[in-house]
Design a protein around this ligand. Sequence first.
Ligand SMILES: *Cc1c(COP(=O)(O)O)cnc(C)c1O
Ligand SMILES: [Zn+2]
Length: 426
Amino acid sequence: MPVLSLTEGSFAKHLKCRECGRAYPLDPVHVCEFCFGPLEVFYDYGAMGRAVSRERIEQGPPTMWRYADLLPCNREMAVDIGTGFTPLVRARNLGRLLGLERLYIKNDCQNPTWSFKDRVVSVATSVAREFEFDTLACASTGNLANSVSAHAARAGMKARVFIPADLEQGKIIGSAVYGPTLVAVDGSYDEVNRLCSEVSDKYPWAFVNINVRPYYAEGSKTLGYEVCEQLGWRAPDHCIVPLASGSLYTKIYKGIKELAWLGLIDWRATRMSGAQAEGCSPIAEAWNRRSYLIKPQKPNTIAKSLAIGNPADGYYALKAMSESNGAAAIVTDHEIVEGIKLLAETEGIFAETAGGVVISGLRRLVEDGHVNPEEVVVAFITGAGLKTQEAVLPAIQPALHIRATLDSFEQALEARDGALPLARGA
Ligand SMILES: *Cc1c(COP(=O)(O)O)cnc(C)c1O
Ligand SMILES: [Zn+2]
């Protein structure tokens, strides 16, 4: 096993157990030996605060690596395929429809492998190289597999990628094209993940979401940083985030808090709300029971990217939800498709099923009075729709199929719309 400790060129100081607070050196480890709590990266915030400034960040590259000072790796080692600094779009049409005055969409479809997973994998790959691993691996619900495969290719590493066998075509091809060893497992994500824990114990590979998970997870903070910078160095009032393991959700919150600690923004007590699909909603279900005890579920939903029945960070997500005065929404598969269509038809953004969960989840939260109409609301759209075409196929209007004549066109149009549109000069 590589024994190199990460210290050079980063303000990361040590790993720290989230339960008992014990410190560990910056190694590829993820659980506390004493209490089995998860480890998290802890920084020298004093030194970080002296180094960072809005100006320094603004002069950085137009990618997530403009925040390198706030990440646990050496910026010289960054494996950067152009991830991050994705558009924050003012959603006036959708906002009007939902009764929200200041709604924004953070469009993370526009990453190199079309999902926010490039953020976490970019950090994990960089760290894996610092630790001198030659193989990058993961247990994935789909998007992670795409991103690990692409980053391993770029870093010249081998990739071993484990997925549930029943994934969408778009996600299988979107991994296979980069040439990884793609392993399709008969079983749910939770079974894939359990298998990968065993594989990870046996083989010296960098499993991005197992042994290097503490570093990996930090990549999601950049979504929080970007949104604040793009709002003119101002925190949103309310974030709506999709929940799978709960990691993304907790790290967006951590990112916003860090900017406030560092004095780069004012603290505004940002509220953190989450959304899940009915067929896999262990975190939202616990929230509705007002309990911190998560009951694992057997997933059955079209939102496969969020189909984690036993969420590793669920407890911490519930704590953040409670601390931030947020809420959780649960939406049906039918509502997921409606949400995808609504976002596409109002704002021209084609999201995958996780985006449908967020948009319909937001709608539910507004209806239930959890979102104040004047709040600056940011809905996080974390993956692109071309990967999950199966989900919307039954809901889209078929094309008018015609012969290549004006006559055939007009017949078809009239048959569908009941009348022809006004002609020129009519
Ligand atoms: C992985 C994923 C998430 C959420 O992941 P967490 O496990 O909660 O960090 C959200 N959206 C998409 C599209 C994803 O692929
Ligand atoms: Zn511990």
